[in-house]
Design a protein around this ligand. Sequence first.
Ligand SMILES: CC(C)(COP(=O)(O)OP(=O)(O)OC[C@H]1O[C@@H](n2cnc3c(N)ncnc32)[C@H](O)[C@@H]1OP(=O)(O)O)[C@@H](O)C(=O)NCCC(=O)NCCS
Length: 188
Amino acid sequence: MRESLRLMGARVYRIGRATRPAEPTVRQWPMVSIDVHSARKGDAATLSRLSRRLVEAGLEPAWTEARIERCRQREDSRVLVARAGAGIVGGALIDFEDEATHLGLLVVDTAWQRRGVGRRLMDAVHDASRAAGLPRITLEVRIGNDSGQRFYAALGYTPAGIIPRYYGPGEDALRFERILPAAELSRW
Ligand SMILES: CC(C)(COP(=O)(O)OP(=O)(O)OC[C@H]1O[C@@H](n2cnc3c(N)ncnc32)[C@H](O)[C@@H]1OP(=O)(O)O)[C@@H](O)C(=O)NCCC(=O)NCCS
């Protein structure tokens, strides 16, 4: 297990489209390299800020800098960040449980959403789960987070029930899960 939890090497993804003269109706992004890798010391503060603003708005903050930093140092957790140039534009946090990988946090900064960063982070989550021998991935989304739910559905996750008051009084969660196909697992 210890061996399988070794950190992944950094992956560099080139996302977006090259800027070129075209119809003004076409959404264009400059060509940018996104580097998804394990979080470094000091990254927890940025991830915690992103979580408070984009995931935990209106809730008692659960993903404090100290908690994320503790996860970064644990062998049964993994904290990933997506970096564009010098800045962190998103991140993910997973725990390796007995029978599944649990995604505790996934966030992409507002200006970087719908540019493939979330998908890249989830690719890295899936890679880590395969490496840990855990094909099942579970996660919770706030019941009112339609865009988050559409994102997970687009990645093949299916709803697996409602968890009442998961985020506190009046804040239910929708649980999603996905089992990575055996064909994908056999490559590892
Ligand atoms: C949900 C989130 C992580 C998605 O990250 P992202 O980088 O914007 O997503 P991607 O660009 O990789 O999208 C991949 C696919 O998911 C689907 N998708 C993503 N956002 C969507 C939205 N708002 N509505 C519908 N479908 C969406 C699309 O099919 C998309 O592919 P496409 O852009 O080619 O159509 C990001 O929007 C975010 O951080 N939101 C705020 C926090 C949050 O909701 N976190 C997750 C729940 S805890």
